[in-house]
Each structure stands twice: as C-alpha cells, then as structure tokens.
Design a protein around this ligand. Sequence first.
Ligand code: S2G
Ligand code: ZN
Length: 465
Amino acid sequence: MTQSVVIDELMTLVDPGKVLTDPASLDAYGKDWTKHYPPAPSAIVFPKTIDQVQAIVRWANRHKVALVPSGGRTGLSGAAVAAHGEVVVAFDYMNQILAFNEFDRTVVCQPGVVTRQLQQFAEDQGLYYPVDFASSGSSQIGGNIGTNAGGIKVIRYGMTRNWVAGLKVVTGKGELLELNKDLIKNATGYDLRQLFIGAEGTLGFVVEATMRLDRAPRNLTAMVLGTPDFDAIMPVLHAFQGKLDLTAFEFFSDKGLARILARGDVPAPFGTDCPFYALLEFEASTEEVANEALATFEHCVEQGWVLDGVMSQSDTQLKNLWKLREYLSETISHWTPYKNDISVTVSKVPAFLRDIDAIVGEHYPDYEVVWYGHIGDGNLHLNILKPDHMSKDDFFASCAKVNKWVFEIVERYSGSISAEHGVGMTKRDYLGYSRSPEEIACMKAIKAVFDPNGIMNPGKIFAPE
Ligand code: S2G
Ligand code: ZN
C-alpha cells in the first residue's frame, strides 16, 4: 500500500476531490469485468488535463508507485485490475469530444469518451464510427485503444487500430508524444502510434485520440440462419462472401440461443430448433443486393448447410436479430463463465473447431459450454458456465486445467490465445503459446524504453519475473 504522505502529495497534483481512497471507490475503480482478482488499489486519481497526467506519472516515478489505467472497466483479461496497491488513473473527467473535421472525417476525443458517445456523435454528423461490441455503452475510447478492441464489425471495418488517425500519449517516463499527427500518409520511420494501440497501458497513457469516421452504411440488413452443425457454418460464410460485401458474420450455439430466449425479452428468429446459428449483415443498398442475399440463402438450403432462416425487414427486426448475439455476454455473465477468446485464420476454423470441441467435450463433460463469436474473423468465444453447486475458485481452477490442451491446439494452428480481449493477467501465463521467446524479449525491451521504472500497469501482458 502507498503511504498516506505520498498520497497527500498526489492530491496536490489534481483538482480538489479528485483523489479517492474510500473502500467503495477502491472496489469500484480497481477492477474490470473479470471476476478473478479482488481489487486492492491504494487510491483512485481523476486527472482532468494532460499536464495533470504528466505530473502523476512523474510523481509515480519519484515514489516508484505502480499506475493502472482505468476507462470503462469493461475489460475481460484483468488489464485494468489493481490488485496490489497500485494507484488507478481513471479518465472519467477527460471525457470530451474536442474537435471534429468534416473534411478529414476525424474526431478528436479525450480518452474518457464513451464508445457509444462517439458512435452517436458520428451519426449526428451523418457519418459512422464502425467499431462496435456488447460493452460499447460503457467502454471508453482510451480503453478501446489500449486493448485494440474488435467486436462485431471487424470483418468489414477491422479493429480499433484501423480507426486511430493520431494519438497523444504520456509515456511511463512522463513525456508527451504526439504520434502520427492524424496524417493518412506518413513514412517517416517507426509508427510509434501502433505500439500504444493494444499495449494495455503498459507503455503509457492515451491522453487524446483522433479517430477516423466512415460513411454511414445504407439500409443495413441482417439474416439469422440455422445450421445443422459447426461444419456447415464456414461454407455459408464462403457462399455469402462470394456474393455480398458483409459487414458482419457472427455465430452462436443452440445453448447460447436458449439462454437468450429464456430472458423472455427477445423473440425467437424462427420456429426451427438448430444446433448452430449464423448472424450475417450487409448493406441492402439496392433491391438486387437483397435478392442476391435471398438467392444465396436458397442455395445454402439446397446444399443442406442451412435448415431455416430469416432476413430483417425493418430496423426493429434488425435490432431484434442482433439482440440474439449482442445480449449473450451479459446474459451468461450470471453463470460466472470461464472465458476463452481464441482465433485462427478463417481457412483453419473448421478443423480448429473440431479439435477444440473434442477437447472441451472430453474435459468438460458436466459443464455447459456456450459457443459464440466473430467466426467471420476466425474469432471464437468459448464460455464454460459455472455449475450452481461449484464455488467460483474451484470452478476456475477446474477450467484452468484444460487451458494447456486448448492452447496447445491454438499453438498447433498458429492461432492467438487472445483474439480481442487482450492478455492482461488472465492470459499472461499462456503468452508463449502465441508469441515466441524472441518476440516476448523484444516486447519487454520496448516496454523498458517507454517505462524504464516499470510503473506502467506492471504484471499485465508479462508474467512477473
Ligand atoms: C462478444 C464480449 C465479451 C464476452 O460478445 O463478442 O467479445 O463475453 C465478446 O466474451
Ligand atoms: Zn467478441
């Protein structure tokens, strides 16, 4: 724990009342959506300016105090958890949209801007911020950049990384770097901006981000298609990708759908019960495109890849179909799921799914396994639901035993042990399944450049030595 005299000095660096040490605040701001680690920060500090962030970092270097960045606290890998007396730096008071340029189609955001706020701002300008996921109503742009957030539109628009035109960061040394200056073309050496995107706050703090916007999509239309098995999903993807410019291609299992329908607030897509479901989306910009989608649906039915399906005819129906997928994370969170967020190249998905499903079936015979994810990106979310009779610790320990088999398969397919949720603390012990010793050494050397005293989010991404 950081002594009170050091915390007293911290209080002089920010506005009055912007350092909290009460138990409720320490608990609320010292965690993210993971339930693995009890939060135990020393204090929560709320800077309002870049100068204050620089002063906090210099203070932390003087006193060797570890800092943990905190945004919307929706992370799923423990990257924003302060479990060892760190000071949490929360950006809730740096939450303004500072500027918009209609010619560059860029928006300058402070890190505390909520993702949904940026999406709405873009819509108000007749444009579109295309990175979207279940937690966008509470996640913050700074955190989205820290984890290079992906979500449901990656198949068309890519990850957060694709939409960062420029960054201002305060490094672990307290320096302010202005990276890329919002340029589209800039071939002047290493693109340092890219290092901070996905660094999970281990190199420094994002203190301002210039985000790019895209044209607004036209007449987004979704289809939900029931398939007889895992194997049918990829031919369906291939068939539709050959005919349409998809904006999303997701999947979920019958167990996932059952949990959603049990809520009672989302209508079933159609009457046929199917083992798996694909949800795809495209712009029905013309009648021809919509007819092409229907023709492709018929083709998939003829091939036996699809048992039944529905296409949205209205914005309400579009939203209801998306609820079947987007409500999954929050719905199953009530069963304290053990989560894996794994990915392989799309061509390897069928074989990879078969191997993973076999291992899971062998080692989790009594647990309910809920599959869903962004299968069009090769990204699968494997969620094991905690049986009511088991304690959380016993359940997580039981699931962790299977990790080595799951990650050995990931390694065999040259996949990622963390497709979009980041490494944080939950995956740091498994980093070697996806990154070589040489790569890890390079990453640690880069961290030493920007954070020589190791105050920036220590223990995240890399296991403590
Ligand atoms: C998703 C959200 C977090 C989870 O729904 O695609 O990334 O529950 C997830 O895995
Ligand atoms: Zn996801």
